[in-house]
Ligand binder design. Structure first.
Ligand code: CP
Length: 296
């Protein structure tokens, strides 16, 4: 199937190819250099049925940097409100002339369905509790640029893991790239069956980590925020002080400040949160370029 629906099953060579190209795009952006218009004549449609700031804007800018055209479907002011089905909407956007469909939806599996209905290149921008592949690629690029390699890194993934598409894609990608993962959170948010090390005790693992990846508590997917969670799992100054001097903190955003992270840590030198955002555009450029190139 054309497109990028998930990272599950992708091999190391394919992940490295995305990261190598993304890194070249990042360097070109920083140098204010010229980019080959790999998407000349290509129309990219954003179909976001859930809110987004980072993913939608960075796909938009990525397509523009590669010389593509971008059209955006706004569900809150579209014929979706007149009862048009998702399938008819997707077929309509395809018939209008979109070549690539970037899809975010609350239902797991929607990008796959749209790919089957339309035959277009579909890029998953986050589906339900399933996957968010371009976020994980962005995170891998961020780690590779900081540490030189991902192999052997000790990564703690903390919080609302059970409903996190970000965690799923990240776990697939980190495992393939040779990182060692520990899952941390309340027992009811840890996977029932996993080959990975898992613990409810955040404090016991802090000292051994290279990377602390904090997840947003997703209230839209049943997550509840209470004082017990904040007390046991918020990364504040005291916990951050127990990390190693080179350890870094990542978070996919948007941040629940005062819940999973406090302001001081979010803005400290060990926080790579805005660096993750910076890497979002070159990563999505790489995904667009490789997917369009493969279909030509
Ligand atoms: N990380 C992420 O998907 O952010 P947005 O919801 O803002 O796109």
């Amino acid at each position: 199937m054309k497109g990028l629906i998930g990272l599950k099953g992708l091999g190391r060579a394919e992940l490295e190819a995305y990261l190598d190209l993304a890194n070249r795009h990042r360097e070109t952006i920083e140098a204010r250099g010229a980019t080959v218009p790999a998407l000349a004549g290509v129309t990219v449609a954003n179909l976001f049925f859930e809110p987004s700031t980072r993913t939608r804007l960075s796909f938009d800018l990525a397509a523009q940097r590669l010389g593509g055209r971008v059209i955006t479907h706004h569900p809150e002011s579209s014929s979706t409100l007149k009862g048009e089905s998702l399938r008819d909407t997707a077929l309509t956007v395809s018939a209008i002339g979109a070549d690539v469909l970037v899809v975010r939806h609350s239902e797991s599996g929607t990008p796959q369905s749209i790919a089957e209905w339309t035959g277009n290149i579909v890029l998953n921008a986050g589906d339900g509790t399933n996957e968010h592949p371009t976020q994980a690629l962005t995170d891998l690029l961020t780690l590779r640029r900081r540490f030189g390699a991902v192999d052997g890194l000790q990564v703690g993934i903390v919080g609302h893991i059970s409903h996190s598409r970000v965690a799923n894609s990240l776990i697939y990608a980190l495992s393939t790239m040779g990182a060692r993962i520990t899952l941390v959170g309340p027992r009811h948010w840890l996977p029932a069956a996993s080959e990975l090390t898992a613990t409810t005790d955040f404090d016991e693992i802090l000292a051994g980590l290279d990377v602390l990846y904090l997840l947003r508590v997703q209230t839209e997917r049943g997550g509840t925020i209470d004082l017990d969670y904040v007390t046991r799992y918020q990364l504040g100054r005291e916990r951050a002080a127990r990390l190693g001097p080179e350890s870094v903190v990542l978070h996919p955003g948007p941040l629940n400040r005062g819940v999973e992270i406090d302001d001081e840590v979010a803005e400290s030198p060990r926080s790579l949160i805005l660096e993750q955002v910076r890497n979002g555009v070159p990563t999505r450029m790489a995904v667009l370029e490789r997917q369009v190139g493969a279909s030509r």
